[in-house]
Design a protein around this ligand. Sequence first.
Ligand SMILES: [Cu+2]
Length: 224
Amino acid sequence: MMQSLFSVSSPLRSVLAGVLLTGSVQAYAASVSVNTVDKNAAAMADVIVYATPIGVAIPPAGKMDTAVIAQNDMQFTPYVTAIRVGSQVKFPNYDKMEHHVKSFSSAKEFEIKTYDRGVTPPPVLFDKPGIVVVYCLLHNWMRAYVLAVDTPYFAKTDASGHLTLDHLPDGNYKIEAWHPNMGSIKPPLTQTVAVNAQTGTLKFQFDFIPTVRKAKPASASTAY
Ligand SMILES: [Cu+2]
């Protein structure tokens, strides 16, 4: 039994070893799969889904990642970013011209005054949960959204409206889905879900059709 157990791949082996050492099985759902669709049942990209455990402490943050929102081809990339509260975000400028990054949002007000190509100013700390809209004061179509959440379990849907939430310990969760078009006016869609290995794919359907992201105007096409 032990022989065969330790012939498995190393990540699984360490999980199994942990089970053996603690003497109890801590159950982990492999992952929770989520699909999001709009009012017309079309796949919705750029939806952030986040799961908050109910009745147990939210796991403390370990080492925080630093997210990157670049200015590239006169747009912010990516358009939508989810981070855990306490994370930092870098705003490198890969364009030939200046940008001026600014947020008026109460969750994080900040300003990075005009800076040039190739420059990455010091990262910005997002220390409160909430929605932050990032503007460039020089180019009015440029906009990015950051959602800072107070849980380690979050992800963003891809172009097919799909995401997975990984490594959720079994238990009850409030699972919320938010899209930038909702701003801070509309509350996120919410489901309360008992998560375990049998949890099927969750579906969220929004009651609107997402607006198309503002494009760089044609007149700006040679200016960057
Ligand atoms: Cu700009």
